[in-house]
Write a protein that binds this ligand. Structure first.
Ligand code: FES
Length: 123
């Protein structure tokens, strides 16, 4: 059967809402990239768990149902700005049909761990 289409609402850093149609099996990082959502600095490490710029904040009931978090993700999340109880890294969250209609918030600030490691980069 064809992969399900799932509507996801992103609230960006300016509070603007973008509703997109994601495909089951994509990560939320894929969705942001594929839909050209303009979220500055998002997904800097392309999903290799080396940044935390893909930090997203979920609704409580959605957050409870997400796949368990791996240690590597916890380590990176700990370094994210504005961490909340319902935070996860978008590159680790795979779109599933039950997520239909969920809203995810982009935190106000992001911090790219790789910059702290020395390779300063300006855009
Ligand atoms: Fe870097 Fe998710 S894109 S940790």
């Amino acid at each position: 059967p064809a992969a399900s289409k799932v509507t996801v609402h992103f609230i960006n850093q300016d509070g603007v809402r973008n509703s997109v149609t994601a495909t089951e099996g994509e990560s939320l990082l894929d969705v942001v990239v594929n839909k050209n959502l303009d979220i500055s600095g998002f997904g800097a490490c392309e999903g290799t768990l080396a940044c935390s710029t893909c930090h997203l904040i979920f609704e409580e009931d959605i957050h409870e149902r997400l796949d368990p978090v791996m240690d590597e993700e916890v380590d990176m999340l700990d370094l994210a700005y504005g961490l909340t109880k319902t935070s996860r890294l978008g590159c680790q969250i795979v779109v599933q049909p039950w997520m239909e209609g969920m809203t995810v918030h982009v935190p106000k600030g992001i911090k790219d761990q790789r910059e702290l490691a020395g390779s300063k980069k300006t855009q």
